[in-house]
Design a protein around this ligand. Structure first.
Ligand SMILES: [Zn+2]
Length: 134
């Protein structure tokens, strides 16, 4: 991870918080396969009685997972609201496909922020996640 001492302190704190979430999440066990197995054991009340050994890394992760995911999804939604295309105006030779720019950062559309969001949460990623469940 990067450590730049000349970096803005507020930006540095944000980076440290995000890195801590990343490291905590990476250390935790993935429940993907176990969740699939447990799903078949759900009783008529909608519960599965679970008895398991949880490593401390998993407890650390689970303690903040809900809040972290709510924060990340809210961040994603706010970034999507900020980074939207708009007609850049001006004269174009292709009236059917006007040049679009991001209304927030003014990069040509799709802007780097939207591309980063799309690469992380886009349709390709969703398709991969859905095929994992099948
Ligand atoms: Zn943008």
């Amino acid at each position: 991870m990067r450590t730049d001492t000349s970096e803005d302190p507020h930006r540095q704190r944000l980076r440290e918080r995000l890195e801590a979430i990343f490291i905590r999440t990476e250390k935790a066990t993935s429940w993907h396969d176990e969740a699939g197995r447990l799903r078949s054991l759900v009783n008529h009340e909608g519960f599965v009685p679970v008895s398991t050994k949880l490593p401390v890394e998993d407890i650390d992760f689970l303690a903040g997972a809900r809040d972290d995911l709510l924060t990340f999804s809210e961040l994603g939604l706010r970034l999507l609201d900020l980074h939207q295309p708009r007609d850049a105006g001006g004269i174009t030779s292709d009236a059917a496909h006007p040049i679009l720019r991001c209304r927030s950062c003014m990069w040509r559309w799709p802007c780097p922020t939207f591309r980063a969001i799309s690469e992380s949460f886009g349709a390709d990623r969703e398709g991969a996640a859905l095929s994992e469940l099948a």
